[in-house]
Design a protein around this ligand. Structure first.
Ligand code: NAP
Ligand code: MN
Length: 264
């Protein structure tokens, strides 16, 4: 039962006006607007707003999430800005279905610390000066390659339509719980040999990335947020059974969404 709703809103005028209108309508329909412990998180904005909501709520598997699109693309945003009456009606009738979307878990180990982070879309691993970086990539302790190039991107199925797509990665149906390793400007010559395409890895497989000298300074970008790490020993990434629950229209179809957002 959804009763308590928290709204996560972008800071532009359109989103803020929509938020005011939405709060009024939700309260008229006996929902309670809360700042924490919500049953449902609603992100008003684009995909970035959705990603920020998921991060702010710490990838909470217990609650439901939905987005209202006032952004530019809004691939994740299920509700159109003009359709908030329809949104409330569907909430009242319990008419949404749930899609379980997998979350990427990342562990970053440096000389001095070990940090665990979640991502919904993706992680890019690059040299902190954006120079060529050499990374040993292993999957389940099997060597895939000694990567040489700008870096790599590891994306979830959900993130496959984001940065991954711009680097020539594959679109993956969101109902599949995979990770995808996509090279960023891989070098290829008689000296270096790299996979030029993405490789898709099943759930539970563990990707380990080790800088060559065991001490590279890296920029690790997680869902669009840059973090700098000195002397990185290893970055470990995997999708296990951690999921978030997204509300979807009854007739939601991933192929339709790809067609609508990228091809129409
Ligand atoms: P942003 O710079 O606004 O994102 C770039 C574009 O990616 C926006 O059009 C955004 O949609 C879209 N997007 C984000 N997540 C998506 C998803 N899961 N499926 C399809 N499209 C998606 O930054 P942001 O909004 O904070 O999003 C962060 C994400 O941007 C990162 O995780 C990364 O994947 C992506 N990114 C892409 C590029 C690139 O393609 N060259 C460069 C940097 C970052 P909205 O317009 O609705 O926000
Ligand atoms: Mn954005």
């Amino acid at each position: 039962m959804i009763k308590n709703i928290c709204i996560y809103c972008n800071n532009d005028i359109k989103s803020n006006n929509l938020k005011k209108e939405l709060i009024k309508k939700l309260e008229n329909n006996k929902y309670k607007i809360v700042n924490e412990n919500e049953d449902l998180g609603v992100a008003i904005g684009g995909d970035g707003a959705f990603l920020r909501m998921i991060k702010k709520t710490n990838f909470n598997s217990e609650i439901y999430y939905i987005g209202i699109n006032t952004g530019t693309l809004g691939f994740a945003q299920e509700v159109r800005a003009e359709s908030i009456d329809d949104f409330i009606e569907k909430l009242n009738k319990n008419a949404y279905k749930t899609e379980n979307v997998s979350v990427l878990e990342i562990e970053i180990e440096t000389d001095s610390k070990k940090e665990s982070i979640f991502a919904l879309n993706d992680v890019t691993i690059r040299d902190s000066e954006l120079n060529t970086t050499k990374l040993l990539i292993e999957v389940d302790k099997h060597k895939l390659e000694k990567f040489v190039g700008d870096g790599i991107l590891v994306s979830t199925s959900f993130g496959s339509t984001a940065y991954n797509l711009s680097f020539g990665g594959s679109v993956i149906c969101n109902s599949l719980h995979t990770t995808q390793i996509t090279p960023i400007a891989p070098l290829n010559s008689k000296v270096y040999r790299n996979l030029l395409n993405s490789i898709v890895i099943p759930q539970d497989s563990i990707i380990e990335v080790m800088p060559e000298e065991n001490k590279d300074n890296l920029i690790v970008t997680i869902d669009g947020e840059n973090k700098f790490y000195d002397s990185v020993k290893k970055v470990t990434m995997f999708v296990k059974n951690k999921r978030i629950k997204m509300l979807r229209e009854q007739d939601y179809n991933f192929i339709d969404k790809v067609n609508e957002k990228f091809l129409k």
